[in-house]
Design a protein around this ligand. Structure first.
Ligand code: CP
Length: 338
């Protein structure tokens, strides 16, 4: 895969070498993300961060990643505050914004919208999530996190067993992650969801074609035993035809410390793309797991910064120049991960 000037729309663009290249560059970003050093390699460059759906992690980490490389960020955070609200097309918006920016990150509620936008853009576009379809940077940071967490246990992605829990029908992070996992060998997947929220059949088929073992469960306790990683997701209520229908599924699967202790090996890694739904009627990942050392969710979000810095550096072709523009930090900093 040639990253330079490329749009990053789908994980379908990645082969294993391309994913490894992102991870290699992400490792190189660690001292900058940890504020041991700063770099101004993208000084003068502008990111347009276009988020037409709510976001905390993806929007802020893409923006901060660009800032950490020395670039500037312009944000639009709701369709109603852009001229899309006055009937402007995605085509015109892309033509205009790509004249103002060097790279664009876009989140949009409609599947396929970011690809359509990218076709009209004169600069690289990165998909920050398009409806229920894909979330490629999330899948890359999830895989990077799995790789890091499991390496500490002397394992690799090949041969891993993973339970995917919750709304697998509408969860775009799960869809992209499953497609990326098809690049690896001999993975066992436990798909745990209500029948109505099962992983789409085309993605199950891809996992099977890749040679992975796929088992489907509707009972969480039955599915979470004997796996290396639990990947929990929230009910994607914004994708359901009605709030009433979403409410039927909220809170059906709740992982807490007692259930974990009863069913899982003590070193089972716990992940979640976040946000977790902490409202009383949901709580798919209970706060009582917060002190569990295997809860990797905040290491996962920290890794998002590394992956997004890596994507910018690759697409804008500055990987080999990052260290040439490095300086020591001048302020107090004590960023301990954990
Ligand atoms: N994981 C994720 O996409 O989070 P945000 O919706 O907060 O960006």
């Amino acid at each position: 895969m040639n990253f330079v000037g490329a749009h990053i729309i789908s994980v379908d663009q990645f082969d294993r070498a391309a994913a490894d290249r992102v991870f290699e560059v992400a490792d190189k970003m660690q001292p900058y993300a940890m504020r041991n050093r700063i770099t101004r390699v993208l000084q003068g460059a502008i990111l347009s961060n276009m988020f037409f759906e709510p976001s905390t992690r993806t929007r802020v980490s893409f923006g901060s990643a660009f800032n950490l490389l020395g670039g500037e960020v312009r944000e639009t955070t709701e369709a109603k505050s852009s001229s899309l609200a006055k009937g402007e097309s995605l085509y015109d918006t892309a033509r205009v914004l790509s004249g103002y920016s060097d790279v664009i990150v876009m989140r949009h509620p409609d599947a396929g919208s970011v690809a359509k936008f990218a076709e009209a853009s004169r600069v690289p576009v990165i998909n920050g999530g398009d409806g229920p379809n894909e979330h490629p940077s999330q899948a890359l940071l999830d895989l990077y996190t799995m790789r890091t967490e499991i390496a500490a246990q002397g394992q690799s992605i090949d041969g891993l067993s993973i339970a995917l829990i919750g709304d697998l029908r509408y969860g775009r992070a799960v869809h992209s992650l499953c497609k990326l996992l098809c690049l690896y060998d001999n993975i066992r997947l436990h798909l745990i969801s209500p029948q109505e929220l099962a992983l789409p059949g085309d993605i199950v088929a891809l996992l099977k074609i890749a040679g992975h073992e796929v088992r489907q469960y509707t009972d969480m306790a039955e599915g979470i035993g004997g796996v290396d990683i639990l990947y929990v997701t929230r009910t994607q209520e914004e994708r359901f035809p009605s709030q009433q229908e979403a409410d039927r599924y909220r809170g059906l699967f709740r992982l807490n410390q007692a259930i974990y202790t009863q069913n899982c090996a003590p070193n089972t890694v716990i992940m979640h793309p976040l946000p977790r739904d902490s409202r009383a009627q949901a709580q798919e990942l209970d706060d009582d797991l917060n002190q569990n050392p295997n809860l990797a969710i905040f290491r996962q979000t920290d890794n998002g910064m590394l992956i997004r810095m890596a994507l910018f550096a690759l697409v804008l072709d500055v990987v080999d120049q990052v260290d040439n523009f490095a300086q020591p930090v001048t302020w107090f900093t004590d960023k301990r991960h954990g």
